[in-house]
Design a protein around this ligand. Structure first.
Ligand code: KG4
Ligand code: ZN
Length: 347
């Protein structure tokens, strides 16, 4: 089954073509057009600009993808699209375009939950992910620990009570003058810095639950820069703050993720979402998983950040398991869409 997928929930226009057969799905091709350059001078995503750029970028990307993959419309069996959650205007462009394609071609349309795409992304191109597993999903808007017992069988174990980890990276990067998107910028600066120089708090680390809180960490960085403004004037100062901040965020994420595995009696940890591309986090988790006898499953970096391959893959898995696909009157874009509404048996 060949699935053409479209993802426009935030600031990446992405398309992918995936072939699923038996237990495995092979990615035939994908294209991602980042809007970073467009939004960088505003220090963050400008929703209206994002929508217009998706509208401009999508049609030629789909055509180019089919050419790249040496396929035409007769080879496609279904169209998948991110229906939410995300920026409403940006989602509307992708969903309307996908609905148009489905109507014109007579192909079925599969609306996909963006977070379900992230949750399953580590399985793209390989064996299906082990079940049960614990997934740490860390993106710009979400920080979740989820027990995954199968496709559509998700149980939320913990989440952030305020800012997401990615949001903390982004806000601190702005304070440090490192620009947008903050995660990769902090990671670059941190590579030249001293992670032990500043003892930032490790929020919620000693609490026995699986929740996170990152807004206090952001405030700690703000106070440090207020009290020692000279730090901003030196590349070393910025690098040391970045490295110390990255270390604090990664330690909290890694500690809670492994605590979740212990608590659930699960030996497979999966990571997902943009922050899962962070090298320090990947190294730290690999070391700690090794010590705890937990197997770590990592998506490739380009499938941690937003992409359409994960949307195609989630659509294929749902289809393969015979899970319900929303009827035509439920194809609308949804800016807010709780993950627990895509558990097996519902849509
Ligand atoms: O999953 P994603 O691409 O989009 C959302 O669904 O939110 O995640 C974007 C987030 C941003 O906050 C970005 O700064 C962060 O992921 N991010 C990173 C890295 N790459 C992206 N954070 C830390 N290190 C990275 N290498
Ligand atoms: Zn995302």
């Amino acid at each position: 089954m060949n699935i053409l997928a479209i993802e426009t929930s935030c600031d990446e226009s992405a398309v992918a073509l995936l072939a699923g057969a038996g237990r495995q799905a092979t990615l035939i091709g994908e294209r991602i057009a980042s809007q970073v350059a467009l939004h960088a001078r505003f220090g963050g995503v400008v929703p209206e600009l994002a929508s217009r750029e998706h509208l401009r970028a999508l049609p030629p990307m789909v055509e180019a993808l089919l050419v790249d993959c040496r396929r035409d419309w007769r080879d496609i069996d279904a169209i998948a699209v991110t229906a939410g959650p995300g920026l409403m205007g940006a989602l509307l462009v992708g969903v309307s375009y996908a609905r148009g394609l489905a109507a014109a071609s007579g192909l079925p349309l599969i609306p996909v939950h963006h977070l379900e795409g992230h949750l399953l992304a580590a399985g793209i191109g390989g064996d299906p992910l082990p079940q049960p597993s614990v997934t740490l999903l860390v993106s710009g808007g979400h920080t979740l620990l989820v027990r995954v017992d199968g496709v559509g069988r998700y149980r939320l174990l913990g989440q952030t009570v305020d800012d997401a980890a990615g949001e903390c990276f982004d806000k601190c990067a702005r304070m440090l003058g490192l620009g947008y998107p903050g995660g990769p910028a902090i990671a670059d600066a941190a590579a030249r810095g001293e992670a032990a120089r500043f003892a930032f708090p490790r929020p919620m680390l000693r609490k026995p639950n699986l929740h996170f809180s990152f807004s206090g960490l952001k405030t700690a960085v703000a106070y440090l820069l207020r009290d020692q403004p000279d730090l901003l004037a030196s590349a070393d100062g910025v690098a040391d703050v970045a490295a110390s901040l990255q270390q604090a965020i990664c330690e909290v994420l890694a500690t809670k993720a492994l605590a979740a595995c212990r608590q659930q009696g699960v030996d497979d940890l999966v990571i997902a979402g943009g922050v899962a591309a962070n090298r320090r986090l990947r190294e730290m988790l690999a070391a700690r998983c090794g010590r705890q006898g937990v197997r770590l499953h990592l998506p490739r970096g380009s499938h941690c950040t937003d992409n359409a391959a994960m949307i195609a893959y989630a659509a294929w898995l749902r289809h393969r398991q015979g899970l319900p696909i929303p009827a035509r009157d439920r194809w609308d874009a949804r800016a807010r869409w709780p993950l627990d509404s895509v558990v097996a048996g519902t849509v």
